[in-house]
Design a protein around this ligand. Structure first.
Ligand SMILES: C[S@@+](CC[C@H](N)C(=O)[O-])C[C@H]1O[C@@H](n2cnc3c(N)ncnc32)[C@H](O)[C@@H]1O
Ligand SMILES: [Zn+2]
Length: 315
């Protein structure tokens, strides 16, 4: 399953889980960081520059939110997609790895995760499996072609092409996002599916990032978790943006909106300002899911969750 990102030769990953891996073809050695193999293609060390948040309560809250989202949203969706328990699943940009652990606990034994940022520092203390998580960015994945049946990539695409952990973009952010998706499609099986999510650019509020530009709105966002932004804020993506990126990767790729109800969970409900609105918001999303799917592709939808697959291989 693993290949050397340098020369594409397959790597022997069956041996000692505590050892490094050396490619027999090009002799490059991939070492372990905190017990996890690091492919380090996007300077993991540099990503440590911005402060790792090691606050236990913060980590526990993220784990809890991720686990709840898997059971609340993903279990029914994976069933709907007809995914068997032996399906090969990749959580791309898996953060603390709670989604991989939750999927494995549910019986999806071939769930893996990759992450290049500071959340991978938590893996050891959270007791994650060293054979399920790899430190590597999405631009040169150490997996063979056509391998995964499902790739789950949540809240990552907006950070691809962004500078550090901020919302400022590199001038070539579009090409960086295209290369990121192309690499995901390379490791996806021909019948595979990608679930990709991001706050919807055309909806004026982002509940996850403080990207407001004016000082007043920045302060409001810091206090309430509600960040108002321009629908032209290119850090975020719309359905149309994801379609445009996908069309540069392959003209056989289809991008469809997935249901949104049940996806946004605890982070929203934890804010004292948003909590009173949360049941109204849940009802709004449930109604949105029942309306024609084009509405979910418009500014009516706060959160973009897309299903990407090759033509004629959908639901
Ligand atoms: C907001 S977090 C989301 C984590 C997790 N997917 C979740 O839903 O909780 C975004 C994650 O994407 C990771 N990320 C950003 N760019 C990436 C890239 N090019 N390859 C892999 N991961 C990336 C970041 O390091 C960060 O952990
Ligand atoms: Zn090699």
């Amino acid at each position: 399953m693993l290949i050397c990102p340098e020369c594409n030769n397959s790597l022997d990953f069956t041996a000692d889980l505590s050892g490094d891996i050396t490619c027999r073809e090009c002799s490059r050695t991939f070492c372990r960081t905190n017990g996890f193999i690091s492919f380090d293609n996007e300077s993991f060390a540099a990503s440590q520059d911005y402060l790792a948040n090691n606050d236990d309560a913060f980590i526990a809250a993220e784990d809890e939110a991720t686990e709840a989202r898997i059971s609340r949203y993903f279990v029914p969706q994976l069933r709907r997609l007809g995914l068997e328990s032996d399906a090969r699943i990749l959580c791309l940009g898996c953060g603390g790895g709670a989604d991989v652990a939750a999927l494995r606990a549910l019986g999806y034994q071939n769930a893996f995760g990759v992450e290049m940022g500071w959340r991978s520092v938590w893996w050891k203390s959270r007791g994650r499996d060293a054979d399920s998580l790899f430190i590597v960015g999405g631009n040169a994945l150490p997996f063979q072609d056509d391998f995964f049946d499902l790739i789950i990539c949540l809240g990552v695409i907006e950070h691809v092409g962004a500078i550090g952990s901020g919302a400022q973009l590199y001038p070539d952010y579009r090409e960086i996002r295209q290369r990121f998706l192309a690499e995901a499609v390379r490791v996806l099986s021909k019948n595979g599916k990608i679930i990709l999510s991001c706050p919807n650019r055309t909806f004026p509020v982002d509940f996850q990032h403080n990207i407001s530009k004016s000082t007043v709105f920045k302060k409001v966002a810091a206090k309430t978790g509600v960040s108002f932004h321009s629908p032209r804020h290119r850090f975020l993506n719309s359905y149309q943006d994801i379609r445009a990126i996908a069309s540069t990767v392959s003209d056989s790729l289809i991008v469809e909106p997935m249901p949104v109800a049940g996806f946004l969970g605890l982070s929203f409900k934890k804010s004292p300002y948003l909590r009173p609105l949360s049941s109204l918001f849940d009802q709004y999303l449930a109604v949105l899911d029942k309306m024609p799917s084009t509405l979910r592709m418009s500014f009516f939808n706060p959160y973009m969750i897309t299903l990407i697959h090759h033509r004629d291989r959908g639901l």
